[in-house]
Design a protein around this ligand. Sequence first.
Ligand SMILES: Nc1ncnc2c1ncn2[C@@H]1O[C@H](COP(=O)(O)OP(=O)(O)OP(=O)(O)O)[C@@H](O)[C@H]1O
Length: 370
Amino acid sequence: MASLSLEGVVKAFGEHPIIRGVDLSIADGEFVVLVGPSGCGKSTLLRLIAGLEGVTAGRIRIGEHDVSAVGPAKRGVAMVFQSYALYPHMSVAKNLSFGLENLRMDRAEIDRRVGEAARMLEIEPLLQRRPRELSGGQRQRVAIGRAIVRDPSVFLFDEPLSNLDAALRVQTRGEITRLHRRLRTTMVYVTHDQIEAMTMADRIAVMNRGEVEQYGPPLELFDRPANLFVAGFIGSPKMNFFSGRLASLTGRDAEVHLPGFGRMVLPVDPSGLALGDPVTLGVRPSHFEIRAAAAGEFAVPFAVDYAESVGTETYVYGRVAGHAADVVVLVPGHRPVDEGATLSLAVPAERCHLFHGAGGRRISRTPADG
Ligand SMILES: Nc1ncnc2c1ncn2[C@@H]1O[C@H](COP(=O)(O)OP(=O)(O)OP(=O)(O)O)[C@@H](O)[C@H]1O
């Protein structure tokens, strides 16, 4: 068990910086999820932590030790890959024990570790099989088992569930969470999957173009995204955005003009704001309601294109005049709507996120901002 810290980590391949100055501090026993669009550098960051790539600049510490120049075998980390990376010609038992035998570990200790990992992952009946005789889910357990037997101080997971079907993904997700509760080992987990990130993480790091845009607990990212990028990335379906202008500023209250919306005054952090600045309003699909506005709410006319019901909830797609992008509203239950009708959308002030239109930083203030 150990904490993990990245300080000013840079990685360039040739002339191209892929990781551009990442600082991350991960507490001992914490489960941190890295998310971000394809190509933003998640796997590269994981490989730097594992020691499979060397840093171009900066420092990586595990516990008290600077491991930036330490080889992968000596870092005390174990990595689980999407592709499982099992040895096809070896039995499951041998796949589990092979790494330890290479370390010349005592046989009794190897058997003890393999037995314990097999019990924990419920793969004891599979120990004599070859990988090709296993299902995808079973292979992934063996890959996780191979990491466990090494008793690492940090576990690294690179999209471990992406080759599994939906039901097995949910099951294995729960198993990894239970494993973390049981072992309390520091874990860093890369995924594309919003639900994995939101449900498994103690903290999520949202990456974009080799940098960390925001690092915090899942609900903090959801409720108070630091900028437009995080607001658009976290949450599914995506947050709706509307462009407008800052019309007036009275103390810490901003009046914004957005086509279609009536008079809108929102609490903001006024530092660095100027009248006429472009602003972007963000509203999550589930925070709009299809009805007239009540006191303390804002309303906007919404021209419905079509609706899709998935039984438990209905996605209603349409447009707000004066805004180019489609708007999506998520309502609970099965709710028939008239396609082609114009309805009223209501949103309470505290569900409105305001961002600067240039640069995208969050400017709205919530009670939690003080
Ligand atoms: N060995 C390498 N040499 C040159 N470029 C590389 C190398 N490894 C990765 N890259 C580049 O670094 C960038 C980040 O890749 P990386 O695999 O870390 O992204 P990612 O966020 O994990 O993406 P994905 O979600 O698609 O797996 C990509 O543009 C990739 O082409």
